[in-house]
Every structure is written in C-alpha cells, then in structure tokens.
Design a protein around this ligand. Structure first.
Ligand SMILES: [Zn+2]
Length: 125
C-alpha cells in the first residue's frame, strides 16, 4: 500500500515545505516575515512596558506635593489614575525588612489596609 509522505507545512504561510525535513519555512521570504512579526511583538511588549513605567512614574510624581519627602495614598486612588502595580524598575529592601518598589526615581511602600507611602529617591542613595 502507498504510504503517504508526511507533509511539512511552512510555519509562516502554511504551504507545504519541500526539501529537508528540518526546514520550517517554504522560502526566505517567509522566514524573514515570520521573524519580523516575532520582533514586532517583542518590540510592542517592550514599548507597552516602558509606557506603563513612565505613566506609573508620572502618577507618583503627581501625588507627591512639591517639597514633601513622602505622602500617603490609597490603592484605589493609584488604580483609578491608571497605576499598574505589576510594573516597577527596581526594589529597595531596607534594613528593617521593608520593600520599596521604584518606578525610576519615585517609589512606594505598601502599608497596611491598602495604603501606600509614596517617596522620591534621594540623590545620595
Ligand atoms: Zn511559507
């Protein structure tokens, strides 16, 4: 009985791939366009995260009155302004075991009952 040869399909366009069995693309054009799509997905993600971080920083800055070192706010107020708690640039662990989350030069410390202490980075840290 005739055994049908397993057909390999291009992962970019779905057309049959001829030639070596380890080939993933039918031609160079498909390879290039597939990799471009991957890159643009990565670039979109990076752009979105950068945007979210910049927005987080602006929100923290807007909440901290001029000349004040710290201010307290609520989680609701942060969320309402579009703050995304999952994005921060770095953390700072104090000697007393508290973790500050920073978005560039502005940061926050989660307090009890969904309160947050907002701080600005000191130049000498
Ligand atoms: Zn193809």
């Amino acid at each position: 009985m005739f055994k049908q040869k397993e057909e390999k399909l291009c992962i970019s366009c779905g057309n049959p791939v001829k030639g070596r069995s380890d080939k993933k693309f039918c031609d160079d054009y498909c390879r290039a366009s597939y990799n471009n799509d991957l890159n643009s997905a990565v670039n979109n993600f990076v752009r979105n995260v950068n945007h979210a971080l910049g927005k987080n920083r602006r929100i923290l800055e807007s909440l901290l009155p001029n000349g004040e070192a710290t201010v307290k706010t609520t989680r609701d107020k942060l969320i309402e302004k579009g703050f995304q708690l999952k994005y921060h640039t770095h953390q700072y662990l104090t000697k007393t075991g508290k973790t500050y989350f920073y978005c560039y030069d502005y940061g926050y410390l989660p307090l009890e009952n969904d309160w947050y202490l907002i701080v600005k980075r000191e130049e000498n840290h």
